[in-house]
Design a protein around this ligand. Structure first.
Ligand SMILES: NC(=O)c1ccc[n+]([C@@H]2O[C@H](COP(=O)([O-])OP(=O)(O)OC[C@H]3O[C@@H](n4cnc5c(N)ncnc54)[C@H](OP(=O)(O)O)[C@@H]3O)[C@@H](O)[C@H]2O)c1
Length: 322
């Protein structure tokens, strides 16, 4: 089968289209014919070896896909051949991928594979971070970084649905997209002092969805409401950042909460299950519309990942292997 292999951990340029054997579904697994594979920022981090616990090269890249189940491993009873599912499995940038049967979700009625991408990696991440962890409530103010991105767009929609005022950050060229989603304020963090601007708009935000890290992490801490404000850390696209116990005690008494989806699924499956239930309700209510990823051929993967890394992309991206 055709697949995109990371041959060296040198970033997106280390990816090559190769021919490899179709994998086999083992016990508790399903084999999926990939209709569309989701591209995520974690793919960029894996390509540079900066994703904690990420694979060593060479490996077939990608880990999110939607497609048709074509074979079942031993013991699988929860899903049938012919059903379309969305899920995660190592090696998704390929014509076929193996996924754990327990982790796949049926594609919603009337949606195609491309439209289904993002359910777990973007929407569940945004929902779990904002609601059970960030405890977002109607009337709160939330700061959403990278609001035009895959997770960010889902987060803006969710926060608006639950009655929050949304302050979003995005590169200037992406502001119209974020405003159309309903964000109340959009800040170009590259030309404006983010801390000053957020504190001009509010007396502190209740929840920050912190996916950037680096110098931005400190700004997120600075704008969180003293005592009750929560900074939910889900990413480090801009690098590592630190905060000391002294700062948390005296300067910035706020809540700093880490959230990593894989760990949440493993350690708190009830939180993940509740999020999926809520997302299905939001789909029925039309709050969560079919996704509209920008879809490219598998061979364009290196270029698309490089664009994602350089902040040139908007919204969800996908690769089509056929
Ligand atoms: N914890 C979890 O379980 C989990 C799950 C999924 C995703 N994530 C994290 O959520 C974040 C968003 O993921 P995504 O896949 O939806 O990507 P994305 O938001 O579509 O793309 C990343 C965006 O981040 C912004 N950004 C700000 N500073 C950046 C920097 N120094 N380098 C690169 N991008 C920068 C850029 O938007 P602007 O140009 O508008 O600033 C860029 O387009 C990532 O940090 C990812 O690792 C975490």
């Amino acid at each position: 089968m055709r697949a995109l292999e990371q041959q060296e951990l040198t970033g997106p340029e280390g990816l090559r289209v190769v021919d490899v054997a179709v994998p086999e579904a083992g016990t508790g697994q399903v084999l999926v014919r990939v209709g569309a594979a989701g591209v995520n920022f974690a793919d960029v981090m894996q390509s540079r070896g900066t994703y904690d616990g990420g694979p060593q090269a060479p490996y077939v890249a990608g880990f999110e896909a939607a497609g048709e189940v074509v074979a079942l491993g031993d013991g699988v009873t929860t899903v049938a051949v012919g059903e379309h599912v969305i899920g995660t499995g190592a090696g998704a940038f390929a014509e076929y991928v193996v996924m754990p049967a327990g982790g796949v979700v049926r594609v919603s009625d009337g949606w195609n594979d491309e439209q289904a991408l993002g359910l777990t990696l973007n929407w569940a991440t945004a929902l779990i971070s904002l609601r059970p962890l960030g405890r977002l409530e109607a009337g709160n103010t939330v700061l959403i970084h990278a609001a035009a991105g895959g997770v960010g767009q889902a987060a803006v929609r969710i926060a608006k649905h639950y009655g929050a005022t949304v302050i979003a950050t995005a590169s200037a060229a992406k502001h119209d997209v974020v405003r159309r989603l309903g964000a109340d304020h959009v800040i170009d963090y590259r030309t404006v002092d983010l801390t000053k601007e957020v504190l001009r708009l509010t007396d502190g935000v209740d929840v920050v969805l912190e996916s950037v890290g680096g110098a931005t992490f400190r700004q997120s801490i600075e704008v969180a409401r003293r005592v009750t404000g929560k900074v939910v850390v889900i990413g480090a696209a801009g690098g590592e950042a630190t905060i000391s116990n002294w700062e948390l005690n005296f300067q910035h008494p706020v809540h700093v909460i880490g959230q990593h989806l894989t760990t949440t699924i493993q350690q708190a499956p009830e939180i993940f299950a509740a999020a999926l239930e809520e997302l299905h309700r939001l789909i029925k209510e039309g709050v969560y519309p079919p996704g509209e990823p920008t879809v490219y051929d598998l061979a364009d993967g290196p270029k698309i990942l490089a664009e994602l890394e350089s902040r040139a992309t908007v919204g969800k991206l996908a690769l089509r292997p056929w």
